[in-house]
Design a protein around this ligand. Structure first.
Ligand SMILES: Cc1cc2nc3c(=O)[nH]c(=O)nc-3n(C[C@H](O)[C@H](O)[C@H](O)COP(=O)(O)OP(=O)(O)OC[C@H]3O[C@@H](n4cnc5c(N)ncnc54)[C@H](O)[C@@H]3O)c2cc1C
Length: 431
């Protein structure tokens, strides 16, 4: 029997714990915050039946690793599948963009060759599995060559700029874009009670299996020991056969300075963006048409990248009749949105809400909540697969499974499960 420690009770850390406990090992999870769920965690105001995710979350019906795990856990019956409406912006208006017919009717590309190129490129990316050669070129270069400048500038560039900012937009590799086409569906899913309920149910199952989860228990350092690994926490030192870390590469580099220079350098060279998300509880529905997800071009002057009306996906009856709206952005951590106060950001974002409904007035706001994280979106540059840190680090017994390693897939709880279970397999096999 092995004794292992997992740092982080996010979805990835819990997936590792599940496989380890199932194989009859002793598992302790150290979680810095007071609850499980990591970036997918939620909060619940008094009177709400469901929790609201701090950062907007849904699953795609193609998230097979996640649904497979839920079936094993006996939780699959709580998955709720819906088909909310996604829209694109064009010259001051929003157009549905979630079916072939809707794409055909979208006016941004006219009716000629551009629409055909757009359709053919989309079809190719959806059908091909050959992503590897695409990582040696940028989205910018590949799309301009195959879809053309008009299609790229109108359709995809705004999304890439929104996601990665002007600094990285022209450097992100094409395999990232392939993964988006390949792994996404128009049907979306959530969990009865919200993602926090899923994390709580998952943690409860782990507890039944004998896994110990310690909350408010940040690990300060990971040190090699004569046999195994030592963890340093505020309550002292503990010894384990193996340790897995599940948060950012930069944090691992800080916590495990005994890692060899080359591995540390690789961790520190990986690029990522943070996220700033404000959750609004409103008295009235923002989108009169009932739209859920708005793709927004930054060039059109919106003060955020993403506008998501959660209660056009999940019934507002779960939130005491309140309308829940997210406004958020992916940003470098020196951006002013990381410094502005909640009141200042609320004022700026509320101004932006008028663009979705001219009747919107700040008096509609019941309350807002502000969430910020430094580590939200890894940035895959050209030939990124060469830069992915190995799950098994050169420090014996120390393992690493994070959002930065799920490439070519974009980050997501489905891929946290996938990499977590892969890490568990490697750890179980090791002596
Ligand atoms: C804005 C945004 C939107 C997203 N939308 C979606 C979506 O729609 N669908 C989807 O599936 N995914 C989405 N994701 C991605 C998803 O949240 C992540 O891929 C997933 O939650 C990662 O899980 P993880 O376990 O790998 O890491 P994390 O969730 O980051 O968990 C790591 C855990 O480690 C803990 N920790 C860190 N340092 C220490 C320490 N020193 N000691 C102890 N504990 C520590 C943290 O508190 C955290 O709980 C989104 C993410 C963001 C930011």
């Amino acid at each position: 029997m092995k004794q292992i420690a997992i740092i982080g009770a996010g979805v990835g850390g819990m997936a590792v714990a599940y496989d380890f406990a199932k194989a009859g090992n002793k598992v302790v999870i150290f979680e810095a915050s007071g609850a499980p769920g990591g970036l997918a965690a939620g909060f619940r105001r008094e009177g709400w039946k469901w929790s609201v995710e701090r950062f907007y979350h849904h699953w795609f019906t193609s998230d097979h690793c996640m649904f497979g795990l839920m079936t094993e856990l006996g939780l699959a019956s709580k998955v709720v599948i819906k088909r909310p409406v996604t829209v694109m912006y064009y010259k001051g208006k929003f157009y549905p963009f979630d079916s072939i017919l809707a794409a055909l009717l979208y006016p941004g590309l006219g009716w000629g060759i551009n629409k055909i190129r757009f359709g053919l490129v989309g079809l190719y990316l959806r059908l091909t599995s050959n992503w590897k050669p695409m990582e040696s070129t940028t989205v910018d270069a590949w799309m301009r060559k195959w879809a053309g400048d008009k299609v790229y500038d109108e359709m995809w560039r705004p999304m890439v700029v929104g996601k990665f900012g002007e600094r990285y937009a022209s450097q992100v590799n094409m395999a990232w874009m392939w993964a988006r086409f390949h792994a996404r569906t128009t049907q979306l899913a959530t969990y009865e009670g919200g993602f926090q309920q899923f994390a709580d149910d998952f943690a409860a199952k782990l507890k039944e299996m004998g896994v110990e989860i310690r909350y408010n228990a940040p690990v300060q350092q990971i040190k090699p020991a004569e046999a195994g690994v030592t963890l340093i926490t505020s309550s002292g030192e503990e010894h384990y056969d193996q340790v897995l870390f599940t948060s950012s590469p930069a944090l691992l580099a800080k916590m495990a300075p005994d890692l060899p220079e080359s591995y540390l350098k690789g961790l520190l060279e990986l690029k990522s963006l943070g996220a700033v998300v404000m959750v609004f509880s409103l008295k009235h529905q923002l989108s009169k048409e009932g739209y859920y997800w708005y793709n927004l071009p930054k060039s059109a002057g919106f003060p955020f990248l993403a506008l998501v009306e959660h209660t056009n996906f999940v019934s507002r009856e779960n939130f005491g009749g309140e309308h829940i709206v997210y406004a958020g952005d992916y940003l470098e951590t020196d951006h002013e949105y990381f410094k502005l106060s909640q009141e200042e950001l609320q004022a700026r974002f509320a101004e932006g809400l008028k663009k979705f409904n001219p009747e919107f007035d700040p008096s509609w706001i019941n309350q807002t909540w502000l969430f910020r994280t430094n580590y939200a979106q890894p940035v895959p540059l050209v030939n990124h697969s060469k830069n992915i840190p190995s799950i098994e680090t050169p420090l014996k017994g120390v393992y690493f499974a994070s959002m930065s390693q799920v490439y070519p897939w974009d980050r997501g709880t489905n891929f946290a499960v996938e990499i977590g279970r892969r890490a568990a397999g490697l750890m179980l096999e090791a002596d």
